[in-house]
Design a protein around this ligand. Structure first.
Ligand SMILES: Cc1cc2nc3c(=O)[nH]c(=O)nc-3n(C[C@H](O)[C@H](O)[C@H](O)COP(=O)(O)OP(=O)(O)OC[C@H]3O[C@@H](n4cnc5c(N)ncnc54)[C@H](O)[C@@H]3O)c2cc1C
Length: 352
């Protein structure tokens, strides 16, 4: 049987893949969006139980400089709201000194969150992408240049496309998809050493019935600690401010512990600042991104944060001009961030 043929196949339905599909839908292209996971969104992942604050286990914040993301939010009619800092923070400089409560300087560059949760953006994009143009649980394993186009072999069958756009983090593309003929040596070298932004991070969050960190003169929900294991924590209450949570980052080195061990370490640290009230949490959530095979693969050598993010080679075309790269790490501006993901999608959409 001949593989079904499309003008464009997009690999990966994170923000870049979804935004690209949305732009291609607007320009009337025939496309197919292929996603390995059982959910859309990639490094955007919002946990939302039936009750309680939505918790961002992936991307959360952005600023006024992130104009590509802001334009898309406006176009989709989505609102943003400023991150609550409370004016004060708990600061722990070294383990031999007690934590201090410090005044935060006025925030000249406010940090925003998407009202309702970051996945509201994912859902708004999906609402504009017909269901027959997107497949979940479809893992791309091979790309082969043929006389008819680019053949895309997946766990759900083989497809043919005039152009293919990979939105995978460049390292993941090189490490997990077999490509014939081989991509240029320079691209391979650079992509393999390109940092996948936040790939090693661990997000932790706790939902509470009451925001005890704001009450009775408590020091607020902002924590910066060099002692850890929680390095940063923020008030993560809902946009409507009627569902309460704290959320932040756990030192990535704790990835090999069990979930229960990590939760106990988080609670132990928070007890130091707030007392036993922290034990009254509704639920604990975490995401260990290093354990996600569709985001992260171990590096064979040391790679620094953001290494090669935005490298110009990612904006070239490959395999007889049939393969293009998008995705946050390929963007010339704000690579690694949601804004970079949207920018990369916009750029590629203008080339197709
Ligand atoms: C913990 C964390 C916190 C973050 N915080 C922020 C923040 O506050 N602000 C900010 O701007 N950015 C933040 N980021 C970065 C932000 O999430 C990314 O810039 C953005 O979401 C990347 O989108 P993308 O589409 O380029 O890549 P991804 O979201 O990684 O999408 C790639 C997609 O490809 C799929 N895929 C992988 N392999 C295959 C395959 N073989 N076949 C088919 N599909 C495949 C994946 O499942 C995924 O859906 C954070 C990221 C993390 C992990």
């Amino acid at each position: 049987m001949k593989p079904s043929k499309h003008q464009v196949i997009i690999i990966g339905a994170g923000l870049a893949g979804l935004a690209l599909a949305y732009f291609l839908r607007q320009s009337g292209h025939d496309f197919l969006l292929l996603e390995a996971r059982e959910r859309f969104g990639g490094r955007i992942r919002t946990s939302r139980p039936e009750t309680g604050a939505p918790l961002e286990l992936g991307a959360t914040w952005f600023g006024n400089k992130h104009t590509a993301l802001l334009e898309l939010l406006t176009e989709l009619g989505l609102e943003k709201f400023a991150q609550v800092t409370g004016g004060r923070a708990i600061y722990e400089a070294i383990s031999t000194s007690p934590p201090q409560v410090v005044q935060l300087p006025p925030n000249e560059e406010p940090s925003y969150r998407i009202a309702g949760g970051t996945d509201v953006l994912v859902r708004a994009l999906l609402a504009n992408i017909p269901a027959e143009c997107r497949l979940l649980e479809t893992v791309v394993s091979h790309l082969t240049l043929t006389a008819e186009g680019l053949e895309v072999k997946t766990s759900a069958g083989t497809f043919l496309a005039e152009r293919v756009v990979s939105t995978l983090p460049p390292r993941l593309l090189l490490e997990t998809i077999s490509i014939q003929p081989r991509l240029p040596e320079e691209l391979q070298q650079i992509a393999r050493k390109t940092h996948t932004w936040m790939g090693e991070s661990i997000k932790v969050g706790l939902r509470y019935d009451q925001p005890f960190w704001r009450e009775n003169g408590a020091p607020g929900g902002t924590i910066f600690s060099n002692v850890g294991p929680v390095s940063e924590l923020y008030d993560h209450s809902s946009f409507t401010d009627d569902q309460f949570a704290l959320k932040g980052f756990l030192n990535g080195a704790y990835h090999s512990l069990s979930r229960a061990e990590r939760r106990d370490l988080v609670l132990h640290q928070l007890r130091k600042y707030y007392g036993p009230v922290v034990d009254g949490f509704r639920d604990y959530e975490e995401a260990v991104w290093r354990q996600e095979p569709y985001t992260f693969t171990e590096y064979s050598e040391h790679v620094i944060p953001h290494q090669h993010n935005g490298h110009p080679i990612f904006r070239e075309t490959f395999l007889a001009e049939r393969l293009l790269l998008a995705g946050a790490e390929t963007a010339a501006l704000f690579p690694g961030y949601m804004d970079g993901a949207v920018r990369s999608a916009r750029r590629v959409s203008q080339l197709l």
